[in-house]
Write a protein of this length. Structure first.
Length: 320
């Protein structure tokens, strides 16, 4: 091997790993990390600095000082079977249940993670660790002719660096399931009870936990995070062929939205928003050589229907 070929780390050799925390902001002893499949990341230490407001005869800033710090940033990915189930559960503030445990409904029990980035520089490894990481938002983009892509935006407590691995740490390799797509893997769309089902070009699912930092005197990073309103929306591009959707919007008609992604039995996901309303359904002709589209925004609402009652806004079923 020739040394000195590269002068720094390459993003193509990045490893992103995670482990669930039992105590917030504390990495478990001898952690069992799982490697995560990502397409990009932007995890950073976000510091807050203030400067002195002293009035001086020389008119210059006399000092700056650190008054707060936190961990934050996005991780982007291509949706694959079995890869992000711990993260989906954390995003929905819940856990998989049922018999078998294949159903996930949003709740109020969050999970935090330690996330570790490992950079390779020559024959050495450099580590950056982010503790107390909780997903605050999630997006999933389902588009005709495209891969299903997504991202989590994380908020956490602290960041540290190291030149050695944690003593006793182990790393489980990520699976090699193929990325899912919006062509052969998308099926079973049902929307607002409409028949025939509208022809949809894209669905962009957005989930928000609306976390808020909880600051404490004498502590640099957040002491914790408060849970805000759980919010689910879907932005859709729908081919315009009637006034049905527009009228449902104006009438504030309630209905559900659901679809399936995946083709192989036992490796499919069902996404279901059992109750919601259109908050926008505008019809526009963008210009020449384009289709007239309904640009719709669908707001998920708390759903108490079913027996037993669903009692959630978003339900995800795995291993279908």
């Amino acid at each position: 091997m020739t040394t000195g070929v590269s002068i720094g780390a390459s993003a193509d050799a990045l490893r992103v790993s995670y482990v669930a925390e039992t105590a917030y902001g504390t990495t478990p002893a001898t952690p069992s990390f799982s490697n995560l499949r990502v397409t990009s990341e932007g995890l950073v230490a976000a510091d807050t600095f203030q400067e002195s407001a002293e009035l001086t005869p020389h008119g210059n800033v006399t000092d700056t000082f650190l008054t707060g710090s936190m961990a934050q940033g996005p991780i982007a990915f291509e949706l694959t079977d079995g890869t992000f189930e711990a993260w989906l559960a954390a995003m929905l503030r819940s856990d998989w249940d049922g018999s078998p445990d294949d159903v996930l409904r949003n709740g109020i029990a969050p999970t935090s993670f330690t996330v570790e980035k490992t950079f390779t520089v020559g024959s050495s490894s450099l580590y950056q660790r982010f503790t107390g990481m909780i997903p605050n938002t999630m997006s999933l983009a389902f588009s005709a002719g495209e891969k299903v892509t997504g991202s989590f935006d994380l908020m956490g407590s602290a960041v540290s660096t190291a030149t050695t691995a944690i003593s006793g740490a182990t790393y489980t390799a990520a699976n090699q399931e193929r990325p899912l797509n919006g062509t052969s893997d998308f099926s079973g769309l049902a929307f607002m009870g409409l028949s025939p089902t509208p022809k949809i070009r894209s669905v962009n699912l957005s989930v928000q936990s609306n976390l808020r930092e909880q600051r404490e005197l004498g502590r640099l990073g957040p002491a914790g995070y408060g849970l805000g309103k759980f919010r689910v929306t879907a932005e859709m591009e729908i081919y315009f062929d009637s006034w049905t959707l527009y009228e449902a919007w104006r009438a504030q008609t309630a209905g559900g939205l659901s679809w399936r992604v995946g083709t192989e039995a036992g490796k499919r996901y069902d996404f279901e928003i059992g109750r919601g309303k259109l908050t926008n359904a505008t019809v526009t002709a963008g210009g020449e050589n384009t289709d007239v589209m309904v640009n719709a925004t669908y707001q998920g609402l708390y759903n108490q229907s079913g027996s037993p009652a669903e009692n959630c806004t978003l339900k995800i079923t795995r291993n279908v």
